[in-house]
Every structure is written in structure tokens, then in C-alpha cells.
Design a protein around this ligand. Structure first.
Ligand SMILES: Cc1cc2nc3c(=O)[nH]c(=O)nc-3n(C[C@H](O)[C@H](O)[C@H](O)COP(=O)(O)OP(=O)(O)OC[C@H]3O[C@@H](n4cnc5c(N)ncnc54)[C@H](O)[C@@H]3O)c2cc1C
Length: 392
């Protein structure tokens, strides 16, 4: 006797990070059913056990138009609150490099504001076309996407500004060096220099409000086409079939599930929540960004006196930074993100098969928008007017 067919879903979303949840939110708002299969809710948005500190994604910018609807904003993070590490081991928060290299600083700010305008348009476009299409449609963004950051810095003669500001920013927030980034990724990472940024508490209750079907907590191990639909195999609950599949897992996992070609290289990091007495100079600033190639990446002092400590090492030498310390939580990001390289991946991987997430552009807002776009593509199969109506 043949075994019964597995239940057929209109849409299965694999992965409950911000990209997958954004896709679910959009489908739910348009009353289309979906099943979310995920290992966790939130993915790389993860707070400490007491909910006070983010151990993964740490800030939102004021231009995160979609994401900001689902966060409670915390402290504003200002440039003047951050120490920047130098090659000689010293730390500073002085803006003297701007005065010393004024023409460079002016050039840099002009480049940033031009980039910001184009990037804003790009994000609007991404609601109706894939990120890859939107990048290809803008010659400037396309060139930046493939230009190594060091060549961009040299071409625009902003070496001193890059050394003083962009290098510690790449280390402290991208966990890598400028040499390994493209100009596009570097400029996205530098936007907090001109756009206000804030700590936040994520409100999953708002993002997932009214989701009709509860998420299925499981691990997807295979997605295979079967005629007009797809078969999704999970580790614990067997198989599911769906007309549409949205793959919203970290790109390393998606690459295996979808048998993708090259993707950007992974970057790994460890985040520790530490209670103890931080030493100067780090105790004198809210944030410290470390110099290139330092195994320590960033330190963020919290309002309650605890400290977030990011490192490439699993066992950092806390004695170098603290008089006394106790590690309260440890999170290994394996990986934190894929940032290095210029792989540009398409959203549509086959009829009704969508790849979303932060694999092209790494930020909460950009990942969210990929989810809205995939939902819009699915909705367009039912009613064009609902698909094109704006995401509020
Ligand atoms: C330490 C750190 C700091 C960061 N700081 C910032 C920041 O300050 N600001 C910012 O904008 N961005 C930041 N980011 C980046 C941001 O967190 C990511 O770009 C964003 O969260 C990616 O969302 P996503 O939905 O694409 O992926 P993820 O959040 O990784 O979600 C993927 C989901 O897939 C699930 N999953 C994985 N494998 C499977 C499987 N086989 N089957 C089913 N489900 C699976 C996971 O459980 C998870 O729920 C940071 C990231 C890290 C790690």
C-alpha cells in the first residue's frame, strides 16, 4: 500500500530569522497561509537570558524603515561615545583626524551622502525587484559591489580617514579588515557615521502577531523539486510538500539546501556577557572598537554595569581588560555573517523557489526587505493589486 501523501502547503518558509519572519508577516497581512519551519525564532537577533542585552545584532539605524516598527529603541550610539583603536595600541575618540585631513573628510562625507541616496533608492526598488536585479540596475552600486574597498579608498584619496575611522569600524562591527571587503559592504557598514543608530529590544510578539499557524521547530535537511511543487524533508517531522518554498536560512545552510555556487566567505566570532571591573581606557567609553587584526573586536559597556565583549577567540585573555570578571553568557556565532567577497545571488532559484536573507547585503533592514520581496512574488500569483500594494 502506498504511504499517504504529505500535507501540501501553499508556502513553506524555512528559517525564522528576520528575513523569514518578514516574509511571513507580509503573507499574513495579505491573508495567505504559510508554514514556518525553523530551528529558532530570531536567528541572529538574540538577547541575553534576562533580555537586557543583544548578543547578536546590536543596533538599528534610524533609516531601518521596516524593522523599526518592531523594536523598542534603547540608547543612542554616538560616534563620540566610541574609542577607536590605533595600530600602536593606543585608543582615541578625538576627531583630530578630520581637522588634520579636512579635504579628505569633506570628500568622504560627500561620497557617503551620495551613497546613502542611491542606497535608499535601491532599498525602495528591492520591494519590487530582487536585490541582484536592483544592484545590476544601478551602475554605481554595481561597480561598488565588485570594487575592492582598498581600491575605492585609494581612488578617492581618503586613506587617512579610512585608517582612523573605517578600519576600526570594519573590525568592531564587521569583524574583519577593509582589505577583505568590497566598497559596497564597507560603505553600508560606514552608514552609522552619518545616520543615527540605536540599541534595541526586538518585539517578536509584534512581528509575529496573528500568525495563524504556530512555527514548526525542526531542521530542514533537503528541498527537492517534484513536478509543480517541492518536497521538504525535515530531521524530525518527516516530509512536507509546498507550491512555494522560501529558503531563509543563513547562506551557508541555504547553499547546501539549494546546491548554490560560490557564496561570500563566513566570519566567525564569540560574544561574551561579562560582569566585572573593566580597566581604563575601555572603562571610560561606552564602546571600544579595536584595531585591525586584533583578536578582540569590540567592547560595549551596558547600562547595568555589565560588558559585552566580542572576540575571535573562544578563550580570550579577559585579564588583559578586566581587574575582576565573570562570564555570564557566551554565544559562538558560527558564522556571524558572510561578508567577504562579491557573490551576488538571485532571489528566484526556480519556479516558486525563493532565496532570502542577508547574503548580498548584510543588515537587518536589507534582510527584512528580501522577505517582503519574496512574499510579493508569491502574492503576485494570486492578485497583482495585493502584491504591489505598499508594505506599510
Ligand atoms: C554578532 C552579530 C552582530 C550583528 N550586528 C548587527 C547590527 O548591529 N545591525 C544589523 O543590522 N545587523 C547586524 N548583524 C547582522 C544581522 O543579525 C543579520 O543580517 C540578520 O539577522 C540576518 O537575518 P536572516 O533572517 O537572514 O538570518 P538568521 O537570523 O540567521 O535566521 C536564519 C534562521 O534559519 C534557521 N535555520 C538555520 N538552519 C536551519 C535549517 N536547516 N532548518 C530550519 N531552520 C534553520 C535559524 O534557526 C534562524 O532562525 C549582526 C549579526 C551578528 C551575528
Amino acid at each position: 500500500m502506498r504511504s499517504p501523501l504529505p500535507p501540501r502547503h501553499e508556502t513553506v518558509i524555512i528559517g525564522g530569522g528576520i528575513a523569514g519572519l518578514a516574509c511571513g508577516r507580509r503573507l499574513q497581512d495579505r491573508q495567505r497561509p504559510f508554514l514556518l519551519i525553523t530551528e529558532t525564532i530570531g536567528g541572529r537577533i538574540r538577547s541575553s537570558a534576562d533580555g537586557t542585552v543583544n548578543l547578536g545584532a546590536y543596533y538599528v539605524r534610524s533609516d531601518y524603515r521596516h524593522v523599526n516598527r518592531f523594536v523598542d529603541r534603547g540608547r543612542r550610539m554616538r560616534r563620540r561615545d566610541a574609542l577607536r583603536g590605533n595600530h600602536n595600541g593606543s585608543f582615541t575618540r578625538s576627531d583630530s583626524p578630520v581637522l588634520l585631513h579636512l579635504p579628505q573628510a569633506v570628500r568622504f562625507l560627500r561620497l557617503m551622502s551620495k551613497f546613502r541616496r542611491r542606497y535608499e533608492t535601491f532599498r525602495q526598488d528591492c520591494l519590487q525587484m530582487s536585490q541582484a536585479e536592483a544592484i545590476r540596475a544601478d551602475r554605481l552600486l554595481f561597480d561598488l559591489y565588485h570594487e575592492p574597498a582598498p581600491r575605492f579608498i585609494q581612488r578617492h584619496r581618503i586613506e587617512d580617514i579610512a585608517r582612523s575611522y573605517l578600519t576600526p569600524l570594519a573590525q568592531g562591527t564587521g569583524f574583519t579588515s577593509l582589505d577583505r571587503l568590497t566598497a559596497f559592504t564597507m560603505l553600508v557598514g560606514a552608514l552609522p557615521m552619518i545616520v543615527p543608530m540605536f540599541e534595541f529590544t526586538f518585539r517578536f510578539d509584534l512581528l509575529m502577531a496573528d500568525f495563524e499557524e504556530p512555527p514548526l521547530f525542526d531542521s530542514v535537511i533537503e528541498v527537492t523539486p517534484a513536478g509543480s511543487h517541492y518536497v521538504i524533508t525535515t530531521r524530525a517531522n518527516g516530509t512536507f510538500t509546498a507550491d512555494n518554498v522560501v529558503v531563509a536560512t543563513p547562506i551557508g545552510v541555504s547553499a547546501t539546501l539549494l546546491d548554490l555556487g560560490p557564496v561570500k566567505s563566513p566570519i566567525h566570532s564569540h560574544t561574551f556577557l561579562v560582569r566585572g571591573n573593566l580597566r581604563p581606557p575601555w572603562s571610560r567609553a561606552a564602546y571600544s572598537l579595536f584595531p585591525e587584526a586584533d583578536p578582540t573586536l569590540a567592547i560595549a559597556r551596558q547600562a547595568d554595569g555589565s560588558t559585552l565583549f566580542c572576540s575571535v577567540h573562544e578563550h580570550p585573555d579577559f585579564g588583559e581588560y578586566f581587574d575582576t570578571w565573570q562570564v555570564v553568557e557566551h554565544q559562538y556565532w558560527n558564522p556571524a555573517f558572510h561578508l567577504e567577497g562579491d557573490a551576488l545571488l538571485e532571489c528566484e532559484q526556480g519556479p516558486g523557489l525563493y532565496l532570502i536573507g542577508d547574503h548580498n547585503v548584510c543588515s537587518l533592514e536589507d534582510a527584512y526587505i528580501t522577505g517582503v520581496y519574496a512574499a510579493n512574488r508569491i502574492l503576485s500569483g494570486f492578485d497583482v493589486s495585493t502584491a504591489t500594494s505598499p508594505d506599510p
